[in-house]
Design a protein around this ligand. Structure first.
Ligand SMILES: NC(=O)c1ccc[n+]([C@@H]2O[C@H](COP(=O)([O-])OP(=O)(O)OC[C@H]3O[C@@H](n4cnc5c(N)ncnc54)[C@H](O)[C@@H]3O)[C@@H](O)[C@H]2O)c1
Length: 295
């Protein structure tokens, strides 16, 4: 397997968990890898593992959450390997909170890493790729972006990553950069922090089961694949549908409260969408749908 032979790849948050699996898999596929993590000791461990198996890796201990350090992560790749062909925007944080008791400091810290970090490192990588022959960016999103209980800030950050992916794919196609996102599920430190996540993710869902998807998206085998959100939970692999403008689209010169109320009473009542990853039926529809479900 040498699908990434001759390519230089940056993986952020690659000291442990999914990032470490993505970095070691990419290296085994022939890539030279920048192993980035703020926990430098862990990044060194991943890089040593790659070197012990005959691969090429250098360590970057910069945070993704600062634009100057983000540039330095990409500069490390250019300096050490003379190019950048791929980026896996993987570094991320999460925590659970009851939405109305969320802590502004935790919100800021999470958004700085999960959203701004992806923007900073992705922007720096794209600037370097534009100067060359293009490349491939893989953003790590999450099924949580569809909405999950007690994870609103994390879910919103991953929704931002999904929106960035669609927009970057539109912007960057003309300069030869493909941009996709992966929604993984794997047994990592992040899962261990939550009783609910532990119930949803068995220990056999190891991060290396998601890595082949990331290596594929980084490789030239994925030419023509861009703007996609792809989910892999170890055993299942599927595309995540994009939000869309739903029919019927009602038209009026102007809307007032009365006509909006009538639109809901007369038309949208039957078109309300189940919401959240759990597909919760809105209360107005429940009386119609739930008796049928329990019948
Ligand atoms: N584990 C899952 O099931 C799951 C599900 C959906 C999405 N994800 C996403 O996958 C990615 C990896 O998660 P994981 O489960 O391996 O978590 P993890 O906590 O095991 O690993 C995350 C790594 O990111 C590093 N990191 C944190 N902040 C950083 C920063 N500012 N700069 C550089 N590195 C930083 C951490 O030190 C850590 O090594 C995250 O983006 C996460 O949101 C994970």
């Amino acid at each position: 397997m040498n699908t990434l032979e001759g390519k230089a790849i940056v993986v952020t948050g690659a000291g442990r968990g999914l990032g470490a699996a993505f970095a070691t898999h990419a290296a085994a596929a022939g890539a030279a890898v920048v192993v980035n993590d703020v926990d430098v000791a862990y990044a060194e461990r991943t890089a040593t593992e790659i070197a012990d198996r005959g691969g090429r890796a250098v360590v970057s201990g910069h945070t993704v959450a600062d634009p100057v350090r983000a540039e330095e992560i990409i500069a490390t790749c250019l300096r050490e390997f003379g190019a950048i062909d791929g980026l896996v925007n993987n570094a991320g944080l999460n925590y659970e909170a009851v939405s109305w008791q969320d802590d502004p400091e935790l919100i800021r810290e999470l958004v700085e890493v999960n959203v701004l970090g992806v923007m900073y490192v992705g922007g720096a990588a794209a600037r370097a790729m534009v100067d060359r022959d293009g490349g491939s960016i893989v953003n790590i999103a999450s099924g949580a972006s569809l909405g999950q209980r007690n994870l609103a800030t994390y879910a919103a950050s991953k929704g931002a990553v999904a929106s960035l992916t669609y927009s970057w794919a539109l912007d960057m196609e003309a300069v030869g950069i493909r941009v996709n996102a992966v929604c993984p599920l794997a047994y990592t430190r992040m899962v261990l922090k939550s009783e609910r996540s532990k119930r949803a993710c068995e220990p056999d869902r190891t991060p290396d089961r998601v890595a082949p998807l990331v290596t594929y998206l980084l490789s030239d085998d994925a030419d023509g694949v861009t703007g996609q959100l792809v989910r892999c939970n170890g055993s299942q692999l599927h595309i995540v549908g994009q939000p869309y403008l739903k029919e019927p689209i009602l038209e009026r010169e102007r809307w007032d409260v009365d006509s909006v109320r009538r639109a809901f009473d007369e038309v949208f009542g039957a078109h309300l969408e189940p919401y959240g990853l759990e597909k919760r039926v809105p209360p107005r529809l429940r009386k119609w749908v739930e008796p049928l479900r329990s019948a």
